[in-house]
Design a binder for this molecule. Sequence first.
Ligand code: HEM
Length: 558
Amino acid sequence: MLVAMSGRVLIRVGSAYKSGCIPLPIFSLDFFSFTMRTSPFVFKFGVLIHLVFARLVRGDYHWPSPLIDQLEGLLYEGKQEGLPDRAVDFVAQLNGCIPRDNNESIAAEWIRFAYHDMATHNVDDGTGGLDNSISSELDRAENVGGGMQRARFDFIDFPNKYVSYSDVIAMGVVLATVECGGPIIAYRGGRIDAMFAGPPGVPTPEQPVEDFIETFRKQGFTQEEMIGLVACGHTLGGVHNPDFETLVPPGDIPFEDNIELFDGTPQFDNAIVTQYLNGSTNNLLVAGPNGNETLSSDLRVFSSDGNVTMQSLASPQNFAATCATLLGRMIDTVPRNVTLTDFINPLPVKVAGVQLAAGADGNLVLNLTMRLLSNTARQVTLHWTDRDSTVCSSGFCSATPINSTLIKTPLLGALELAPIKYTFSTPIANTSIGTFWFEIDGRIENNGGSGYAIEQDRVLFSPDRSSFVFGGVQAFKIVAAVRNDSIPSVVYINTYQRSVTVVRSPSINLTLDASIPSAAGYDFYSAQVPGSDLSFDLFAEIDGKTYEEEFRDTHFIA
Ligand code: HEM
């Protein structure tokens, strides 16, 4: 199903939205659609295609774009329709900042990972920055330990064609900080993943302070900012054995690093500063065992301006504000040719999960959710018009939500927001649907005037009638509903098998399936498709025109 939009209010989609006022290509917002789907070739991790797509999308779209829709969902809700498990894990694994028994902190790992990725930036020629080049740099000594490898493996399988790895790395910093009680860092999207390693650039603890100052200058930070950024980074996590055996002894938890926290607290707070200033710090990068200062990089950094900056950071408010600014600058440090989006704020109205379905009881059913940025329950009604029409001939074209849920996440909590998500699942008369909109406490919310338009209903994926085929080679029976007021010349799917690599298979035709009774004005077509984890595009050619449902997925099959 394709849905059209115009105006400025966000919308979503189970398949695609486009603008009615600007001629735009149709894009899917489906996370499963994945990075490399358009290629007939096999791509390892899809970096190449990812890059191409990221460029294609940007510039073609005005706000709100699929990119913003996806990032907004992940940032504020911790999920987005169609998100692969990996993505949900990514947010969930931050786990409210609770460190493990050995002090291992996933929040710290994300922040360190992001800094090491950004550290390739060269302010003199505008190259490098937060661009996922880190994935090609993990064999360097400077990137050893501290959860770096693990943070990397958590990325495999993540992005789709809109959201880059580097956007996810940047988001990790925002979420890690806020989940640990730190400030809200404004977030932008639009980073582009690099295909190659950048030059080495991460400081190592034995270096003299002059090297640190020069390294941070190259990364775009003054000496004062260097002090702030190191303090903000080192409020979380600590030094690991076996990475620094001379600083930290081995622990007694088998197969786990032994970690000495920099400031003894797992929270994002300014204890890193106050303990340093009052001499109570156990930070091993301030003083090593027996006062050895070879690896005392924090001491050299913090004291490099006579502690002036550290003293200013002794105010918790100033520490929080400084970290919000500097960590924000850190994640927005990108190669010169990359243009980031505006800050992504929670969208006032967010439509998602639009799915038109030929219901088993013979009704055509419209499913969708609408998330409203309101902390108070509202009277919400969904309205729509008939297909290809501006009227409702049956007189019954409105529905109330079947349920509503309060959305709570740490970031929303920090913003003192608790939006409400309204779920609609309503039968639609056989006149189908043209455009829908909402009435909220008597006020019309219609996507800036144009409403949310369903672009076609001729061919629909029918996940309810599709199934996993047990026995023998792994396969799915894929079922499509095709409106039976005309006969398609062909119904087919292009499938993409997903694993570490993604492979596009040749098209597979679906044939009329007499075993499935017609329903809601639709006949059903099916084919058995080999594979265990597929995404696919569904097509029907009718009267010389091609209708399409993009980026469907076997994950939708119960
Ligand atoms: C002069 C600059 C810096 C030096 C020399 C330095 C050095 C180190 C060292 C030696 C460790 C311990 C790693 C391990 O045991 O494997 C560490 C950990 C860490 N660094 Fe830095 N760092 C610097 C700047 C930064 C910056 C700018 C950030 C982020 C804004 C940052 C974030 C972290 C974090 C979060 C950890 C803890 C990781 C964990 O617990 O897994 N560092 N750093």
